[in-house]
Design a binder for this molecule. Structure first.
Ligand SMILES: Cc1cc2nc3c(=O)[nH]c(=O)nc-3n(C[C@H](O)[C@H](O)[C@H](O)COP(=O)(O)O)c2cc1C
Length: 352
């Protein structure tokens, strides 16, 4: 019933971006009430389900987290922690505030649980986000925070290296891991680094800075679903041969529906993102962490992504369109599957 009302409100009454703004304002408002965060935890957080895991040296309460672009400026860290997410990827963080493109810029695709995003990754900029994470409350103690670094829309490609490094250095001591967005910003589509040289020129300065730090922060690269096999192999080789810690696959697709002129996310992306994650996991023999993202609309999608080889799963369009309950439902299904698997295993061990 609740889901029907949510879907009705979001899908039929409000455009996609307004629905998200209202949704996040409501979550923030509830969280600010005296027992609001407790209420969020009681109604939305999975309970008595143990899905803990260790990935790239960090402990996660659950493998399910929030992808970049849902809480770009880190406004809802307390509330998302109360809701029980294992991690939140803030960003894309860029050095200076950028408003994004003019509205309407996020559309629903008719007859499909998908969005077309042309927002250009609006951001309040580094200083604002820094202030949010510096002042993160005790409430977010168990929440892992990732910082997604993206390209400032207005900057030239040559400035990109300096800008990524600036965000990385400033955020380094305040977040747990980094995701370097090497897919496109939807407003500056020309600057997608695809060759080994282009990708290394962006990430090597970050490795260099990290070498001089007392604490280690994992660095992942977030890739486009539009890479061809050769380009995908290039980034996998970089993962194997350099100190890169993992890959996040995938961002929105610009090529899946070229006639739509924007990045496709949601249901239309599900099969492609799972296929790419499976390919990376097979080629790396499951030895490197992968964050699976793209079209995780239903609990079944989350389970399939983890089965394909993802260590963690990041949600965006699924939360926007289907609500935060997706976390609780997915956790229940994961727990049911894993207890069925372990009882099957016990039975076969007993038989043997
Ligand atoms: C409205 C919107 C804004 C997004 N903003 C960002 C962003 O700032 N940085 C980024 O790396 N990805 C961004 N993404 C991509 C998502 O994080 C995610 O990788 C992609 O949408 C596929 O997952 P999904 O189908 O669950 O949305 C955004 C996606 C949407 C729909």
């Amino acid at each position: 019933m609740k889901r029907t009302i949510f879907k009705y409100l979001t899908r039929f009454l409000l455009p996609a971006e307004s629905a998200h703004t209202l949704h996040t304002a409501l979550i923030g408002f509830v969280g600010s009430l005296p027992f609001g965060k407790w209420g969020l935890r009681m109604s939305l957080a999975p309970r008595k389900i143990n899905l803990e895991r260790e990935v790239f040296g960090i402990h996660f309460n659950t493998p399910i987290g929030v992808a970049a672009g849902f809480d770009s400026d880190g406004e809802l860290l307390n509330e998302l922690a109360a809701t029980g997410f294992g991690f939140v990827e803030i960003g894309s963080v860029v050095p200076r505030p950028q408003p994004g493109t003019s509205r309407p810029r996020i559309r629903r695709l008719r007859n499909s649980d998908s969005l077309i995003d042309n927002s250009g990754y609006p951001s309040r900029g580094l200083e604002y986000v820094l202030d949010k994470v510096r002042r993160r409350s005790d409430y977010t103690r168990n929440l892992v925070i990732g910082c997604n670094i993206g390209k400032q829309t207005a900057s030239h490609a040559e400035e990109r290296v300096k800008e990524y490094l600036r965000v990385f250095r400033n955020m380094y001591q305040y977040v747990d891991f980094f995701v370097i967005n090497i897919a496109c910003n939807t407003a500056s589509k020309r600057f997608v680094p695809r060759t080994r040289e282009e990708i290394l020129s962006l990430i090597e300065p970050l490795f260099e800075f990290r070498r001089g730090q007392p604490d280690y922060r994992p660095i992942l690269a977030k890739i486009s679903p539009d890479l061809n096999r050769e380009e995908l192999d290039t980034i996998i080789d970089i993962l194997i041969e350099t100190p890169l810690d993992g890959i996040e696959a995938v961002a929105g697709s610009l090529e899946l529906l070229p006639e739509e002129a924007g990045a496709v996310s949601g249901a239309r992306l599900t099969e492609r993102s799972i296929e790419i994650v499976r390919y990376i996991a097979e080629r790396t023999e499951g030895n490197y962490p992968i964050i699976g993202s793209g079209g995780m609309m239903l609990p079944e999608d989350v389970c399939r992504m983890l089965e394909a080889g993802a260590s963690l799963v990041a949600l965006n369009t699924g939360l926007r369109e289907n609500g935060l309950k997706l976390l609780k439902k997915s956790s229940k299904l994961l727990a049911t599957k894993s207890s069925a698997q372990s009882s099957e295993q016990t039975q076969s061990e007993n038989k043997a």
